[in-house]
Write a protein that binds this ligand. Sequence first.
Ligand SMILES: [Zn+2]
Length: 74
Amino acid sequence: MSPQWILIGVLILGVYFFFIKKKPLNSVKQTKKKEDTKESDEMVACKKCGTYTSLDEALLSNGNYYCSDECLKA
Ligand SMILES: [Zn+2]
């Protein structure tokens, strides 16, 4: 293989990934967003006071969920 072909190959790959990667990335983002929405519906109990908080608002520490900083520090 001559260096020219490698350069052309790299260029083609670069263009390919630049254009093709954008689409899958967007669909991945959308899928992730859907999952996030799903997760936000999930409720977890605070380890300290037992208050139920949505998963995306809950604070995760050492595998336990807490409703607020106060419970986390307590
Ligand atoms: Zn709490």
